[in-house]
Each structure stands twice: as structure tokens, then as C-alpha cells.
Design a protein around this ligand. Structure first.
Ligand code: PLP
Length: 376
């Protein structure tokens, strides 16, 4: 008999989501907009400590609008973290701008401020900088923001994975000029698919809403002065989000527990390290990851295979952008020559099951199989 499937990260629904959707049905608020969208925008804004937010169809759509609002145009340079998901970079290419990939630091796995400074020496006038809080671990956002300020360049924070992560007591996504969150199915909470944009300037949030609804000028007939998008979140989807927002802190608590269970269980195995947490932050631990030390005979793919044989889902670390066939023509900035930090993490890392519905027994099964690979 096949063993019970253990997942990486799947949606976790509660009761309230259906109530919000039920109300939408009862009042026939099915089409875009409606009370759930407003309520969801308010809930997210309040949670992250911003005056407003714009609810959109995906995190990628939110990044695209952030890129446009930051003023990125054809042939502009944009500095973007190299260790990330392609969805961070694609919106830069939608605008025909030129990404320059910035290597990560070991302390957070996110954009290395030293590499960012180096990039500014080579390209003094980028149109924007995009940092990511990978796996829910905060980047050293203070330092990155102040470098951007020194150079008068807008900062976009891809906080798709880090909703609820605080840095020095303030929510990630709210440090930059623009911040985005994803509500895709595997994220800390989900709307089934969706995104939210926040911005330092209130008028940017309004502009995002305008652009996301086909950029209709305030005229009686259909009139357009700029290119618009169909990126608004629907009222049904927002209803799921309203229900999920009631449970976000509970989700984060469970993610902390999973991370700590792995950390304790692997503490005696010198060849395993957990993904780093930022010492200035409380991270949401969206995914728990390990790296295997360089001198180990065990490879991450061997661990992946052993777990897959037991019906357990894992995932490699995001493959860095400078290694992607589609982006190979673009420049990559690292502090020291040789193997980059992002490639090294990719080579040696693995994301472990972090689904909050996994039981302690499930996690123990994962732990035992990982330990066996190291003869422990
Ligand atoms: C999930 C994710 C996105 C994209 O969000 P979607 O809502 O799936 O479009 C962007 N960046 C990162 C780092 C992500 O993990």
C-alpha cells in the first residue's frame, strides 16, 4: 500500500472562507469588485500597517504594476535578486527593461548589500531595485533601502513569500516604495490565486487600482489615455482571502513549529544546516529548507529521491536567475569571483515538507528518512 502523501505546502482552509463566498453568492456580487475586495484590501493593509492596498489577480500582476509605477521603461536597468522565482524577473521583461542579477549573502540568502553597492559602481543609474524575502526570511532591508535612497532609486519589495515576517518590528513589504504579497495556493495564506500591492505613496495604490481595471479615463464613453490591464481581484477570490486573514497568525505559529522541529532533529548532524533566519526579524518560516555541507557524500537530490520513494514531496531551492536559459544574456554581480553564493545554495539545498496540516508524526517520518541518509 502506498504511504500517506506528505506535502510541501498546500492551501489550508477554515470555515469562514465559505461564509464570505456565500454572502457574495447571496448578494450576486460575483463579478469583479464588491464588498469582499474592499474588506480584503483593508484587512491586509491593517495587518501590515499601511493605510491602503490594492487587491490584484496575482503576485506577478502586482509586481508588474509595481514595475510600471516605479517608472521602469524599455532598456532601463533593474537590479534584481538572483536567487528567486522567475516571477520576480518576468515583469521587468514585460516592460522590455534589462535585469541585472544581484547575488545573495549567506546570512539571509537574500540580496547581498555589498553586491548591490558593486552593481551601482558598474551601472550608476538603474531605474529600480527589486529585493526578495525568500522562503519568508527577511532580507537586510534597512541597508538595502538606504543604498537605494543614496542613489535616489525606487525599491520594490517582493514579499510574495514573507507576509507576516517582521524586520525590526515592521512588516516586510512596507520598507520599499512598493511592496507585493502573493496569495497563490502554496503561500502562507491563499485566495486560490491573487496578489496585493502596497506603496509608500497613497496615489500609487490608487494608480494600481486604475491600471488593473483597464485604465478607464473618467469619461462617460470608454476612453483610454494609457495602456491598461485586467489585473483586479474578483469578489469571490477576495472572500477566500477575508476568511484566511483571520488565521494568518495561526499559520505562522505552525510554520515556526515545523522549522524548529527540523532544526532540533538535525542539530547533531554537522553536515546539515537549516536555512538562515534574519537575526533582526521574526520570519514567517514559509518553507523550511536545509543545505548539505560541501564535504558531505550525501547530495540533496539523493535526499529528494529517498523522500519521494516514501511519497514525500520536496523541492529544490529556486534555480538562480543567472543560470536560467531565458536570462543567460543578462549581467550578474557577485562580490567575489568563483562559485556564487546563490549557485552554491542552489547546489546544496532542499526545501522540506512545510505544510501546516502535516502532523508531528508526518514530520517525524521526514526527519527519520533524512537522518538515515547521513547514517544517523
Ligand atoms: C509566488 C511568488 C511570486 C508570484 O506570485 P503569484 O501570486 O504566484 O503570481 C513572485 N515572487 C516570488 C518570490 C514568489 O514566491
Amino acid at each position: 500500500m502506498k504511504k500517506k502523501r506528505i506535502f510541501l505546502a498546500t492551501p489550508t482552509m477554515h470555515m469562514e472562507e465559505q461564509q464570505y463566498i456565500g454572502e457574495a453568492f447571496d448578494t450576486n456580487w460575483i463579478a469583479p469588485l464588491g464588498p469582499n475586495v474592499n474588506a480584503f484590501e483593508n484587512k491586509v493593509a491593517e495587518y501590515v500597517g499601511m493605510p491602503s492596498s490594492a487587491a490584484l489577480s496575482s503576485g506577478t500582476a502586482a509586481l508588474h504594476l509595481a514595475t510600471i509605477l516605479a517608472g521602469v521603461k524599455e532598456n532601463d536597468i533593474v537590479f534584481v535578486q538572483s536567487l528567486t522565482f522567475a516571477a520576480s524577473v518576468n515583469p521587468i521583461r514585460y516592460e522590455k527593461a534589462i535585469p541585472v542579477f544581484i547575488d545573495s549573502e549567506r546570512d539571509t540568502w537574500n540580496m547581498d548589500p555589498a553586491a548591490l553597492r558593486k552593481a551601482f559602481e558598474k551601472y550608476p543609474h538603474p531605474a529600480a531595485v527589486m529585493v526578495v524575502h525568500l522562503y519568508g526570511t527577511a532580507a537586510n532591508i534597512d541597508e538595502i533601502y538606504s543604498i537605494c535612497q543614496e542613489h535616489h532609486v525606487p525599491l520594490i519589495e517582493d514579499a510574495a513569500e514573507s507576509l507576516g515576517t517582521t524586520y525590526k518590528g515592521k512588516m516586510t513589504g512596507t520598507f520599499g516604495d512598493y511592496g507585493i504579497y502573493s496569495f497563490n495556493g502554496n503561500k502562507i495564506i491563499t485566495t486560490s490565486g491573487g496578489g496585493v500591492l502596497v506603496a509608500k505613496k497613497e496615489k500609487d495604490v490608487e494608480r494600481a487600482r486604475f491600471l488593473s481595471q483597464q485604465a478607464r479615463d473618467p469619461a462617460r464613453h470608454y476612453q483610454h489615455s494609457v495602456i491598461g490591464y485586467n489585473y483586479r481581484m474578483s469578489n469571490i477570490v477576495a472572500g477566500i482571502g477575508c476568511g484566511q486573514m483571520l488565521h494568518i497568525n495561526e499559520h505562522i505559529e505552525k510554520k515556526h513549529k515545523i522549522y524548529n522541529q527540523y532544526k532540533e532533529a538535525f542539530a547533531d548532524i554537522a553536515e546539515i544546516e537549516m536555512n538562515p533566519l534574519n537575526r533582526n526579524s521574526i520570519d514567517n518560516n514559509w518553507l523550511s529548507c536545509i543545505t548539505v555541507s560541501r564535504n558531505s557524500n550525501v547530495t540533496p537530490m539523493q535526499i529528494m529521491d529517498a523522500l519521494a520513494d516514501e511519497n514525500i514531496e520536496t523541492r529544490p531551492i529556486w534555480k538562480p536567475m543567472q543560470l536560467q536559459p531565458i536570462f543567460k544574456e543578462f549581467d550578474f554581480i557577485q562580490v567575489e569571483d568563483g562559485l556564487s553564493v546563490s549557485e552554491d545554495i542552489f547546489n546544496r539545498g532542499l526545501c522540506l515538507p512545510s505544510d501546516i496540516k502535516n502532523t508531528d508524526e508526518d514530520t517525524q517520518r521526514v526527519i527519520q528518512i533524512v537522518r538515515e541518509q547521513f547514517g544517523a
